[in-house]
Ligand binder design. Structure first.
Ligand SMILES: [Zn+2]
Ligand SMILES: [Zn+2]
Length: 259
């Protein structure tokens, strides 16, 4: 299994997962050309992408999906509600490339089993994804207001996790956003704070049920990579836990993980 977060944050999200001859793009929330260049930088030919999976219809997750689908004849997978709300934003998509999955029901692409799972966010039917490749599992869970039991169960036993660590609560509350937006971000349908990510990671590590961790979807205005990193590692240190924490970057590819 090969994993790389290509970009992460409100300016655009895309992640790559590869296994054998299957090459998957999770979200395509940047321009088509940025994603092409990013894939090429990790030695993935955009022509070889087997599928684009969409987590939810927000622009930072779908911006380049239509362009890439048309340019390389790539199928786009989303649940029905997400298709209904994003379809007119993608431009014309060939009927053969309009694919559906059901939230909570596994489906396969070649030897990769994919589980789209429910999460809480202010979109019509947002999902996270777990990928099962041979003995290994990777999970992507960003854009979520809180970690429900269901989300936790899906993160459990993942060798690679991309988990949201969106904001520092003090920075958000004291920052310049209008109160309605602050309330939206802090709500159970908003985004996960550094502290909430830290507490969840602590639990997963104590249960020995997590592998390589990436913190992602960091807010540009209400967070900094060093603050997210410090918040998480401080919570772990209080428990005497020394663990490698990685950051999925806003404008660059993260390290590629191969397992
Ligand atoms: Zn987002
Ligand atoms: Zn979103």
């Amino acid at each position: 299994m090969r994993f790389c977060s290509l970009r992460s944050g409100s300016s655009g999200n895309a992640a790559y997962i590869g296994y054998k001859d299957v090459h998957i793009l999770v979200d395509a929330g940047l321009s088509g050309s940025t994603i092409e260049k990013s894939l090429e930088s990790i030695d993935v030919n955009p022509c070889s992408i087997s599928a684009i999976l969409i987590t939810h219809e927000h622009n930072d997750h779908i911006k380049g999906a239509g362009v890439l689908s048309r340019r390389y004849n790539i199928p786009i997978y989303a649940n029905e509600a997400t298709w209904a709300s994003m379809e007119n934003l993608l431009g014309e998509i060939n009927c053969d490339n309009k694919r559906f999955f059901k939230t909570g029901e596994d489906f396969t692409l070649g030897d990769v089993r994919i589980r789209p799972f429910k999460k809480s966010h202010d979109a019509v039917e947002p999902v996270g994804f777990s990928f099962f490749c041979g003995q290994n599992k990777a999970t992507i869970a960003t854009d979520l207001g809180y970690i429900s039991r269901g989300v936790a169960a899906n993160i459990m036993d993942s060798d690679i996790v991309l988990l949201e660590s969106n904001h520092d609560v003090d920075m958000l509350i004291n920052g310049s956003y209008p109160w309605t937006l602050k309330k939206r971000i802090l709500s159970p349908h908003g985004h996960l704070s550094n502290k909430d990510a830290a507490e969840a990671i602590k639990k997963f590590i104590k249960l020995k049920s997590i592998g390589k961790i990436y913190l992602g979807h960091l807010s540009q205005n209400n967070n900094k990579p060093e603050i997210a990193y410090k918040t998480v590692t401080d919570v772990l240190k209080e428990e005497g836990i020394d663990y490698e924490i990685n950051i999925a970057l806003r404008y660059a590819e993260s390290d590629i993980v191969e397992i």
